[in-house]
Design a protein around this ligand. Structure first.
Ligand SMILES: *Cc1c(COP(=O)(O)O)cnc(C)c1O
Length: 409
C-alpha cells in the first residue's frame, strides 16, 4: 500500500504503445516515392490495409476512411435513408455518434442505458417501433449490449443495424467478431483505440451494394473504385454495383492517406497480443476494485469476450460530494478519474448534445453517468503499474469513505 513516506509515481496512462519499427520503413519508402494518395497506384498501402482488415475480420469488404465518424456518416448515407429518417442509438456514447446522424440529415433518437453500461432493451424495443429507419449500436468503451436480442428485434422489423465498434476492435460476442454482426461495422484508429494512427477509421460489410455506395461517396471519383479490392475469389457483384452508382452519388472525400495506412498495417499482427494483455490488465484491476464495497465493475454478458484498454466502474453508495472528493483525491495522486456525468461539458453526457433538436431526458442514463467512472488502462502497463493505480483508487476511497459499515445506515 502507498504511504505518505513512500510517494509512488502513477504511470502515464495517455501514452500508447510504441508504433512497430516496420512502420518507419514503410513511411521512409512513401517519403521516397511521394505516393501519399491512395489512388496513385493499385497496391497502395490503403488498399493493402483494406484487404488485410477484411481478412482479419472475415468480411467480404473493408473501406478505410479518415475516421470512425466518417465511417458512421458514410454507413448512413450508404443505406440511402430519406431526409429526417429516425436513427435509434444509445444515450451513452461519444458525441461524434449522434453528430454523424445529424451530418447525414437524419434525426437521432436516444434510448436508455442501464448502470451496467449496456442498452436498456425494454426502452430500445419500445422506441424501435417509433418509425425508426436504422439503428446504431455503440459498443461504448467496448461494453457490448445483448447483440442476440438486438439483432432479433431489428431483423424482425427489417431495420438495418450499424455497429459503432470504434472502441471494440478485438471484442467477440458468442465467438463472432464485434463489428461483423450488424449490416455494417465501423472502427476507429484514433490514438486512444486498440490500433493507433492518430486518426483514421474503417468500415466492414458483406453487402456489395452498400460498400459500392460508401466507396464512391468516400471519394472514389471517376473509375478509382476499380482500385478497391474484395476478399477471396474475383466477384463481379461489387463491379456491377459500382456500375449502377457511377456518377449518381455526391463525393464527400473522406479518404484515408497512405501514411496512416503505413502506421496501421504493422499494428494488425499486434492486435491479438494487445487484446490478451488488455483483458488481463482490466480483470486484475477489476478484481482489486470489486474487493471494496464502494466500487462495482459491471460484469460482461456471458457471450462477450472483451478487449479493454480502459476500465469503467460505478461508485456505489456515495453522495455527489463524496464522488467529487474521491475523484479529486485520486487526481492529486496521479490517477485521473473521469466521472462521465460530473465533468463540465463531457462529450459522453447526452445533455451536452445540444445540437439535437428536442433533446430528451433519459433518467436512467443520467443516474448511471453520475456514478460511472472511467480510467484509462493502456495495454502496455505492467502489473506493478496496475497496482499503483489500484492502490491510489482504493486509498482515495478509504479516505473519503473511512467507515464501510456506515453504508446503508
Ligand atoms: C472514438 C469513438 C468514436 C469516434 O471515432 P473517431 O475515429 O475519432 O471519429 C465513435 N464512437 C465511439 C464509441 C468511440 O469510442
Amino acid at each position: 500500500m502507498q504511504t505518505q513516506s513512500q510517494p509512488v509515481v502513477a504511470p502515464d496512462v495517455h501514452q500508447a504503445e510504441p508504433i512497430p519499427d516496420a512502420a518507419r520503413e514503410a513511411i521512409d519508402a512513401l517519403m521516397q516515392s511521394a505516393d501519399l494518395f491512395r489512388y496513385n497506384s493499385e497496391d497502395a498501402p490503403v488498399s493493402l490495409l483494406e484487404g488485410e482488415f477484411a481478412e482479419m475480420m472475415g468480411t467480404r469488404y473493408a473501406l478505410a476512411v479518415s475516421s470512425c465518424s466518417a465511417a458512421l456518416f458514410l454507413s448512413l448515407k450508404a443505406l440511402d435513408l430519406p431526409r429526417d429518417a429516425k436513427v435509434l442509438l444509445p444515450g451513452f456514447t461519444f458525441a461524434a455518434v449522434p453528430s454523424s446522424v445529424i451530418h447525414a440529415d437524419c434525426l437521432p433518437v436516444l434510448c436508455e442505458v442501464g448502470e451496467n453500461l449496456r442498452i436498456n432493451l425494454a426502452d430500445f424495443e419500445a422506441k424501435l417501433d417509433q418509425d425508426i429507419a436504422a439503428v446504431i449500436i455503440s459498443h461504448m468503451r467496448g461494453h457490448t449490449s445483448d447483440m442476440d436480442a438486438i439483432m432479433a428485434l431489428c431483423d424482425a422489423r427489417d431495420i438495418p443495424v450499424i455497429e459503432d465498434a470504434a472502441h471494440s476492435l478485438g471484442t467477440t460476442w458468442g465467438g463472432r467478431k464485434i463489428g461483423t454482426i450488424g449490416k455494417i461495422g465501423c472502427f476507429s484508429f484514433q490514438s486512444y483505440k486498440m490500433i493507433n494512427a492518430g486518426e483514421g477509421g474503417v468500415l466492414v460489410s458483406d453487402d456489395p451494394e452498400l460498400v459500392a455506395r460508401a466507396v464512391i461517396m468516400s471519394g472514389a471519383y471517376e473509375h478509382n473504385w476499380k482500385k478497391h479490392k474484395r476478399r477471396g475469389e474475383n466477384s463481379s457483384e461489387l463491379e456491377e454495383a459500382f456500375g449502377r452508382w457511377q456518377n449518381k452519388l455526391p463525393l464527400y472525400n473522406l479518404r484515408m492517406n497512405n501514411l496512416s495506412a503505413a502506421v496501421i498495417r504493422p499494428q494488425i499482427p499486434e492486435l491479438e497480443r494487445r487484446v490478451i494483455d488488455g483483458l488481463k490488465n482490466h480483470d486484475y484491476v477489476a478484481d482489486r476494485l470489486n474487493g471494496s464495497p464502494w466500487f462495482e465493475v459491471p460484469p460482461c454478458l456471458a457471450p462477450e469476450v472483451r478487449a479493454p484498454d480502459s476500465i469503467q466502474f460505478n461508485l456505489v453508495g456515495l453522495t455527489d460530494n463524496q464522488v467529487k472528493a474521491f475523484a479529486a483525491l485520486s487526481a492529486d495522486r496521479g490517477v485521473k478519474v473521469q466521472v462521465f456525468g460530473m465533468s463540465t461539458d463531457n462529450a459522453r453526457a447526452f445533455w451536452n448534445w445540444q445540437f439535437i433538436k428536442d433533446l430528451p431526458e433519459l433518467p436512467q442514463t443520467r443516474a448511471m453517468l453520475m456514478r460511472a467512472c472511467d480510467v484509462r488502462l493502456p495495454v502496455r502497463l505492467t502489473r506493478a503499474e496496475l497496482d499503483i493505480i489500484a492502490d491510489i483508487l482504493l486509498g482515495a476511497m478509504d479516505e473519503v469513505m473511512p467507515e464501510p459499515l456506515a453504508y446503508g445506515t
